[in-house]
Design a protein around this ligand. Structure first.
Ligand code: AP5
Ligand code: MG
Length: 215
């Protein structure tokens, strides 16, 4: 199963993608997580991405598309994957469609997690992220067992640099301009699944599984 998660920053794409990956036993591929891992280990790719991310802008397509195409050719992707945060622009979506069609395949579902902008800012300011293993928490909606410590790997949790309110506003603008048009793109392709992302996490997940099937 090949799946795409669509939705505004903070809509819960990462939260749902992790649950989907676990249930359907497919890799969870987050371009944001890949960039953050590269920033942490100070690679050339990471240094290029950082300046864009810190400003709430998108990393240029020339960098992002190649990186993602390499990732989905890895052996663990043979049985499908859930893409979280890619595609984010029409050229990214077109590149993915073309690459998959060259391999004789296509995206099965594009799940749009719909959350109005008003809800987003609160979610982001309460989010805490583990930059070591990629786990995410929320101080009120999904707190870690021990305050500020990752349940999975025990590292300290942080407020992401780009989760400060001014940067979140910029990310929302960029989302509406560049990413929202993908909803129509995948509707036309006949694979769009719309989910109400304002429900609690478990109910959002149930709505997704209802469409994807139990497997
Ligand atoms: P990325 O890391 O993808 O960030 P994003 O899309 O802005 O999304 P987030 O990770 O912030 O939110 P999410 O939807 O995953 O929400 P989450 O599940 O954490 O990208 C970061 C940056 O990298 C971009 O700005 C860009 O610069 C660059 N980049 C990445 N991909 C790129 C691409 N393809 N092209 C170009 N540039 C790219 O949930 C948010 C919070 O809410 C959490 O605290 C969570 O616990 C909580 N929560 C989740 N669900 C619920 C719920 N149902 N109810 C209550 N709280 C909830
Ligand atoms: Mg995320």
């Amino acid at each position: 199963m090949k799946l795409i998660m669509l939705g505004a920053p903070g809509a819960g794409k990462g939260t749902q993608a992790k649950m989907i990956a676990k249930k359907y036993q497919i890799p969870h591929i987050s371009t944001g997580d890949i960039f953050r891992a590269n920033i942490k280990s100070q690679t050339e790719l990471g240094m290029k991405a950082k300046s864009f991310m810190d400003q709430g802008m998108l990393v240029p397509d020339e960098i992002t598309i190649g990186m993602l195409m390499d990732r989905i050719k890895e052996p663990d992707c043979a049985g499908g994957y859930v893409l979280d945060g890619f595609p984010r622009t029409i050229p990214q979506a077109e590149s993915l469609t073309k690459a998959l069609s060259d391999m004789g395949t296509a995206v099965d579902y594009a799940v749009n997690v719909d959350v109005p902008d008003d809800n987003i800012i609160g979610r982001m300011s309460g989010r805490r992220a583990c930059l070591n293993c990629g786990a995410t928490y929320h101080v009120a909606f999904n707190p870690p067992k021990t305050e500020n410590v990752c349940n999975i790997c025990g590292q300290n949790l942080v407020l992401r640099e780009d989760d400060k309110p001014e940067t979140v506003k910029k990310r929302l603008d960029v989302y509406h301009q560049q990413t929202q048009p993908l909803i129509d793109y995948y509707k036309k392709a006949g694979v769009l699944v719309e989910v109400d992302g304002t429900q609690n996490m478990e109910d959002v997940f149930k709505s997704i599984v209802k469409v994807l099937g139990a497997e």
